[in-house]
Design a protein around this ligand. Structure first.
Ligand SMILES: Nc1ncnc2c1ncn2[C@@H]1O[C@H](COP(=O)(O)OP(=O)(O)OP(=O)(O)O)[C@@H](O)[C@H]1O
Length: 303
């Protein structure tokens, strides 16, 4: 079953008289139980997508279904319920939203207390899940950034979310800690079967995920699919089989429903074709071939 179904999704922000098109017809499908990384340059629309998925903001147009629920048609009341029951959020500096002079355990209990259902045993269990069993009674301010992030992850899991959304969850910790947090998210994804979407600009991290979606200018432009799963690769590394860095993922360009394709910018630049407005497309021996115009400079002027 599909957990996320996103079709031609558009988000326009209005700032004074200006309109910013943050998502311009984005297509994305995520299977239930999948762990997906979303990469893209600053301003490409990654956080906007996550906010739409999490029901923090509403799309302007298109289709967006999460867990079978239509997020464009949902009433305000249902949206509040959706945020509370279906999604869990992790931010870059989640630790900052926690209270430094309370212990890890008290920080997990606090939202339960506010919601009027404090379950002490559950709070402990959540901290155990993220490997914090030995440090539950430490004050948050006395924990490392990575440990604070673990506490934040356990809070995000409190409502048993169907979908876990993480925006740069390793953005402010060092490489070793980033790896540990990713391992934890991967483990939770597997053991709890929570569909997980991680936004990152860290390609090194993204490569450890089986499927990576690249966003460019508010649209999905390409996908990197692992040739073999990360678990298989780890098993091979352990068995002493050498790995070729280049061969871990296969990159696929995204073809949208209308048959549109984004050609990687590097390819166009390599041939000096960036700025060219039209290009010849031919079918040749079972391949679709793009043929550069004879006079490239002239083609750039052509409207
Ligand atoms: N609330 C908002 N109001 C107006 N414009 C916004 C708002 N949020 C985002 N934008 C604009 O939408 C575009 C996409 O922003 P978004 O934050 O989704 O990008 P991003 O890929 O997450 O970037 P970064 O990696 O820097 O966080 C940008 O041009 C941004 O300036």
């Amino acid at each position: 079953m599909l957990m996320i179904e996103c079709e031609e999704l558009v988000k326009i922000y209005k700032v004074a008289d200006l309109e910013v098109v943050a998502l311009q017809g984005l297509d994305l499908e995520v299977e239930e139980g999948e762990l997906l990384a979303v990469i893209g340059n600053s301003g490409s629309g990654k956080s906007t997508l996550l906010n739409m998925l999490g029901g923090l903001d509403r799309p302007t147009a298109g289709r967006l279904f999460v867990d079978g629920k239509d997020l464009l048609k949902m009433s305000d009341k249902d949206l509040v319920k959706y945020k509370r029951d279906t999604v869990g959020f992790i931010w870059q500096n989640s630790g900052r939203n926690l209270i430094p002079y309370l212990t890890a355990l008290e920080n997990v209990e606090l939202p339960m207390l506010i919601a009027g259902k404090l379950l002490k045993e559950r709070a402990r269990e959540l901290l155990e899940r993220v490997g914090m069993e030995g440090k539950m009674n430490r004050k948050l301010g006395e924990l490392s950034g990575g440990e604070q992030q673990r506490v934040a992850i356990s809070i995000a899991l409190a409502n048993n979310p169907r979908l876990l959304l993480a925006d740069e969850p390793t953005g402010s910790v060092d490489t070793k800690m980033a790896d540990q947090i990713l391992d934890l998210l991967r483990e939770l994804n597997r053991s709890m079967k929570i569909t997980t979407v991680i936004v990152t600009h860290d390609m090194r991290l993204a490569k450890k995920v089986d499927r990576v979606v690249a966003i460019r200018d508010g649209k999905t432009s390409s996908e990197l699919i692992r040739r073999k799963s990360y678990a298989e690769e780890l098993a091979e590394i352990e068995a002493g089989i050498e790995q070729n860095e280049e061969e871990t993922h296969e990159e696929l360009a995204v073809l949208d429903r209308a048959g549109r394709l984004q050609i990687p910018r590097e390819y166009l630049e390599a041939l000096g074709l960036d700025g060219v407005k039209k290009i010849k497309v031919e079918l040749e021996d079972g391949k679709i071939v793009l043929i550069p115009p004879q006079d490239v400079e002239e083609a750039k002027k052509d409207a």
